[in-house]
Design a protein around this ligand. Structure first.
Ligand code: NAD
Length: 467
């Protein structure tokens, strides 16, 4: 949360995390404005839901507006200024997100298709109807890709939507909204601005579904609030993504992956590497290689083309990571590489820890910072047990010899998305999904699209039987 002491009532005040300098003041939506945006989205439902091919055309055109060179560059610069992502990654985030539109269209079309069957002289038709108005509440770490995934699913399936960006990225949110909403029709895609209180007001409002990405604590608050009216929910939450490294793995590739995925976006990635669990026999060599890889990461001003890692999003986020490091040191972790805090912004250089144990906070709670935290396991069974000893279950990866043995280990890891000798984000067409407390419901895939739809069955006598 932003420090409310410094924030004028009703204003979001943002700070450039690379410099600590004030960036902008953006008005928060008032309760009356939230109500009005919801009412407009409700009124727009009928015409928007009527024609799938028109929706697909409108959304494809919207992605073209976002990827037009000047718009893309302005949006990328806004991401970099507001949350510190290196400019090259900001551009890649936008391009990657928009490039998924054709796949989303195909899967929404499939999700909307009726299913027909007959049994015992009866015809059964299952059809899929939009839920109505979907509130999309987003975090700051991927301020374009994450909301776009949820908005595209909501809109393509025939719902209207309201977007609430994070209070750390309100200008990015406003720019993305303007580019997407133009041409969709009055009220189809609304925008509200603000922090937790505005988010809570949106959840409590007359919407039919909440599609949320963020922390577990906020997900729980949303679930409690939504219980009163049984609103539909998709909650994509935090992770403690373990990476298991076994003897026979390509250690150069594994060490590179551990280093790069721990520091990408300054470690502020939900599907990344949060814990590394290494078989003791290869741990010394692996750790040495990770330290070498980390030393190559170019940390610096995020607006410069060559920068690979920028600042953390906020002083508070950096303080949370530093507190985990203090706890780890007190409990005996070895600092193989100790990153320094750099000012004037919220920089924290990459850090590598060895001999992390499960009593440390860094082994149990999401870190969301540029730290490679290495735990040593005596054997494969212990490595799997360590990976599964967590209330999180978002992503994981297993590195070992190519083939069935490593895949069998991957199959025993309790995570929604598991990579074998590669990163762990879901493949196109597969669900984006967390296990245990990392999520509730899921997106992408045909089944993911159906989370935004209400199934309805109609049973009638077959024509022959009726005669
Ligand atoms: P957060 O939970 O603090 O905030 C997320 C959004 O919820 C913001 O827009 C915020 O204003 C809003 N919010 C806060 N309180 C609310 C309430 N009571 N009711 C409604 N809305 C409320 O999370 P964050 O710090 O912005 O994002 C980081 C978290 O997001 C991490 O835990 C990360 O793992 C997670 N994340 C998960 C995924 C995924 O796909 N599973 C993707 C990206 C980020």
């Amino acid at each position: 949360m932003l420090p409310s002491m410094q924030t004028p009532a009703g204003m979001i005040r943002t700070v450039n995390p690379a410099t600590g300098a004030p960036l902008a003041e953006v008005p928060e939506s008032t309760p009356a404005q939230v109500k009005e945006v919801v009412a407009r989205a409700r009124a727009a439902r009928g015409s928007w839901a009527a024609d799938f091919e028109a929706r697909a055309r409108a959304l494809r055109a919207a992605t073209q507006r976002v990827t037009e060179a000047a718009a893309l560059e302005a949006l990328a610069r806004s991401i970099t200024a507001e949350m510190g992502k290196p400019i090259t990654e900001a551009r890649a985030e936008i391009r990657g997100a928009m490039s998924r539109i054709d796949g989303y269209i195909d899967r929404a079309r499939a999700a909307l298709a009726d299913e027909r069957g007959s049994e015992h002289g009866l015809d059964v038709v299952v059809s899929w109807r939009p839920l109505g108005v979907v509130a999309v509440i987003a975090p700051w770490n991927y301020p374009v890709a994450t909301p776009f995934n949820l908005l595209a699913a909501a809109l393509l399936t025939g719902n209207t939507a309201i977007f609430k960006p994070s209070e750390y990225t309100p200008q990015t949110g406003a720019t993305l909204h303007a580019l997407l909403a133009e041409g969709l029709g009055e009220g189809v895609l609304g925008l509200v601005q603000g922090g937790g209180a505005v988010g809570a007001a949106l959840v409590a409002s007359d919407v039919d579904m909440i599609a949320f990405t963020g922390s577990i604590a906020t997900g729980q608050a949303i679930m409690r609030e939504a219980a009163g009216s049984m609103k539909r929910l998709v909650l994509e939450l935090g992770g403690k993504d373990p990476m298991i490294v076994l003897p026979g793995a390509d250690l150069a590739a594994a060490a590179r992956h551990a280093a790069r995925e721990s520091v990408r976006n300054a470690g502020q990635v939900c599907v990344s590497v949060e814990r590394v669990i290494v078989h003791r026999d290869i741990a010394d060599e692996f750790t040495r290689r990770v330290a070498e890889e980390v030393a190559r990461v170019r940390v610096g001003a995020p607006e410069l083309e060559g920068t690979e890692m920028g600042p953390m999003v906020s002083e508070g986020q950096r303080a949370r990571v530093l507190a985990q490091l203090v706890d780890a040191r007190e409990k005996g972790a070895k600092f193989v590489v100790e990153g320094a805090c750099r000012g004037p912004g919220f920089f924290l250089e990459p850090t590598v820890l060895d001999d992390v144990t499960t009593d440390m906070i860094i082994a149990r709670e999401e870190t969301f910072g540029p730290v490679v935290a290495i735990e040593r396991a005596d054997d494969t069974e212990r490595a799997i047990a360590l990976a599964n000893d967590s209330h999180y279950g978002l992503g994981a990866s297993v590195w070992g010899p190519e083939g069935a043995e490593t895949e069998a280990v991957a199959d025993r890891v309790e995570a929604g998305m598991v990579g074998v000798n590669r990163g762990l984000s879901a493949a196109a067409g597969a669900p984006w999904v967390g296990w245990k407390m990392s999520g509730y419901g899921y997106t992408r895939s045909v089944a993911g699209m159906r989370q935004f739809l209400q199934p309805r069955s109609r049973t009638s006598k077959t024509h022959d039987a009726a005669r």
